[in-house]
Write a protein that binds this ligand. Structure first.
Ligand code: ADP
Ligand code: MG
Length: 231
C-alpha cells in the first residue's frame, strides 16, 4: 500500500529552482494496477523515483505499507528498495555484453541471496525467456531486453513493480507482450503495479489512471471499477 501525503519535490539548479512535484497526494492499494499519464515534464518520473525509494521528497510524507519512508536513512531506503520494489525503465538499463541470466542475478547479489542461478532462471522462465538465458543482453531485441528487465525486477519477489514508460521504446507487438506479462503478474501473483505511459491504449489496461499536469494530480479515475487511487 502506497500513500503520498502532500509530496513536494524541488530541484535546485544553481540560482533557479524547479518544482517537479507541487503537493501530490494519492493512495495505491495493494494489488492494484495503476497508470500515471500526463505531458512530458509534468513530474511522472520524479513521482516514480520517490515511490521507488530512488529519491526522497523535499517535503510531505510517503508511507509504504504503513511505515513512513520519508524518514529513512539511505541504507534503510536501499533495503526497502531491495525487498519491496522492482523497477523497470524505458531504456531497459541492462548491462551490455553480459548474459541475460547474469543481469537477472544482480539484485540477488546485492541482497546476498543464495541459489542465485536457479532463481534467475526461474524469473526468466516467468517472462518466457528461458531459452535466451545465456545470450548477451545486447544481442536481444528491445522486447526481449525489457522482458529480461522485468525478470530482474521480479527476482527478489517484490510486492510492488514500478515501471517508467516500460513500452516507450518498443513496437506495438512487443508493447503488447510486455503489457500481458505485467497484467499476468498483477492478476496471478497479486503484484501491485504502477506504470507511467504516454499511450491511451496502454493506460486503458490498468485498473485506474492518475493524470498529472505541472507537478500536480489533475484527475484520478477508475476504468474497471476496482481502482481506488483517491485524491
Ligand atoms: P516527466 O517524467 O513527467 O517527463 P520529470 O519528473 O522527469 O517529468 O521532470 C519534472 C520536472 O523536473 C521537469 O521540469 C524536469 O526538467 C525537472 N527535473 C527532473 N529531474 C531533475 C533533476 N535531476 N534536476 C533538475 N531538474 C529535474
Ligand atoms: Mg519521465
Amino acid at each position: 500500500m502506497i500513500t503520498f501525503e502532500n509530496i513536494v519535490k524541488t530541484y535546485r539548479m544553481g540560482e533557479t529552482t524547479v518544482q517537479a512535484l507541487r503537493g501530490v497526494s494519492c493512495h495505491v492499494e495493494t494489488g492494484e494496477m495503476v497508470a500515471i499519464i500526463g505531458p512530458s515534464g509534468c513530474g511522472k518520473s520524479t513521482m516514480m523515483h520517490i515511490m521507488g525509494c530512488l529519491d526522497t521528497p523535499t517535503s510531505g510524507k510517503y508511507f509504504l505499507d504503513g511505515a513512513e519512508v520519508s524518514k529513512l536513512t539511505d541504507s534503510q531506503l536501499a533495503e526497502v528498495r531491495n525487498k519491496k520494489i522492482g523497477f523497470i525503465f524505458q531504456s531497459f538499463n541492462l548491462l551490455a555484453r553480459t548474459s541475460a541470466v547474469a543481469n537477472v542475478e544482480l539484485p540477488l547479489i546485492y541482497g546476498n541471496s543464495n541459489n542465485r542461478r536457479i532463481k534467475a532462471l526461474a524469473a526468466l522462465e516467468r517472462v518466457g525467456l528461458a531459452q535466451r538465458a545465456f545470450h548477451m543482453s545486447n544481442q536481444l531485441s528491445g522486447g526481449e531486453q525489457q522482458r529480461v528487465a522485468i525478470a530482474r525486477a521480479l527476482v527478489n519477489k517484490p510486492p510492488i513493480i514500478l515501471a517508467d514508460e516500460p513500452t516507450g521504446n518498443l513496437d506495438s507487438k512487443s508493447s503488447n507482450e510486455i503489457m500481458t506479462i505485467l497484467e499476468n503478474l498483477n492478476r496471478d501473483d497479486g503484484i501491485t503495479i504502477v506504470m507511467v505511459t504516454h499511450e491511451a491504449e496502454i493506460a486503458k489496461r490498468a485498473s485506474c489512471t492518475i493524470a498529472m499536469r505541472d507537478g500536480q494530480i489533475v484527475s484520478d479515475f477508475t476504468l474497471s471499477g476496482k481502482g481506488k487511487a483517491n485524491l
